[in-house]
Ligand binder design. Sequence first.
Ligand code: GDP
Ligand code: IMO
Ligand code: MG
Length: 422
Amino acid sequence: MTKNVVVLGSQWGDEGKGKIVDLLTERVQGVVRFQGGHNAGHTLVVNGEKTILHLLPSGILHPGVECMIGNGVVLSLSELKKEIELLEQQGVAVRTQLKVSGACPLVMPYHVALDLARETKRGQRLIGTTGRGIGPAYEDKIARRGIRFADVLDTDHFSEVLQENLDYHNFALKNYFMAATFDYNQIYNEILELADNLLPMIADVPMLIAAHRKQGHDLLFEGAQGTFLDIDHGTYPYVTSSNTTAGAACTGSGLGPRYVDYVLGITKAYTTRVGSGPFPTELTGPLGDILVEQGREFGATTGRRRRCGWFDAVAMRRAAEINSLSGLCITKMDVLDTFDTIQIAVAYEKGADNFYGRAPVKPIYEELPGWKTSIAGIDSWSKLPDKAKAYVKRIEALLEVPVVMISTGPDRKHTIQLAPIF
Ligand code: GDP
Ligand code: IMO
Ligand code: MG
């Protein structure tokens, strides 16, 4: 029986999705990225060697596994080429494994300029974006003026839509943002050159997925960002510009909704977030600093220090519902090794029903004893100290979702598998 497994972030991103997708790729024939762009930074560690991926699906280090970039992903051709070349230098045969949907909207140089100009204009209310042009690229997609990867195949058509887009965006850049404008010829030539290099990988991803299904293959669908960065379900407007939740695995790839068999939510044993926006369990004092230091909480894409706080079971229950989580993977358990006590937010003072409200919520905590011993690298449940087991069991009980994996270090092998996913 074929199995389609969606792997996604259930917090604010950086939960360790890359590591888990890489590990689970051992079991599948294909991996599909379905949303986001190169705002994502997914870290893989294999035998101590680190690889950070931004656009390529995290299955790419497994030879022979087909890696697909679905229509839901906004694609920077220059970043894709850079990433491919970096991996090729490491001996990865990216070009034979990678297929890219022709329906991917392109992230253009002017999107980056618009992203940065908008952030400056917002002043104190800035989103804290990655500055990669992701938001403006999705805006153009929804406005039906965006340029898709396949549009570059027809140079006359490409020329026409590029000119229209540049007229529109240059006007805003010049007159509204007082920023520099872009030259048509330069972009036209740059994109066509990149396209020459990358178009051999263009593919009809929905039909590839269908072919895998007919052959009884298993596939992974890899999310980027996390549930509360979702444009609809997140802490709007402090979100990214795509849907990051489970439904997007279908709309962003062409997988029919009835073919999703399993949704694996990835969560840290605590919480982090990069950029602005609400974060009920944030620790701004020395305890937060310990999480930053022990967890090396600096962004994989921008290098920014991540905000850190306790595990938020209220938000996570919401994530479990919205994504219909089948199972949970708790990562970075080892980061809590030194704490005397560990807190879990089990309710908010004003009730969890004001999630869309603007007033800050105050969490109500439950305290659990810390295990005060290193669990780094532990790969079996029986070797975990009882207090660590109790922490996992408490999360499981609060969320009513089975914990099927626990991660105790960055490497593939630092993982406890509790129940089969395939
Ligand atoms: P992603 O965006 O969800 O793929 O996550 P990132 O790669 O941005 O951030 C996760 C970070 O935590 C990376 O540096 C990983 O190498 C690291 N990591 C993943 N799992 C573990 C773990 O269980 N323990 C520790 N200490 N680090 C981990
Ligand atoms: P991965 O896939 C964490 C955050 C940014 C900012 C907001 C909007 O590695 O988990 P954007 O550039 O998308 O318009 O920024 O979203 N953000 C992420 N935070 N992990 C990510 O990706 C993120 N991608 C975007 O920091 O707050
Ligand atoms: Mg990341």
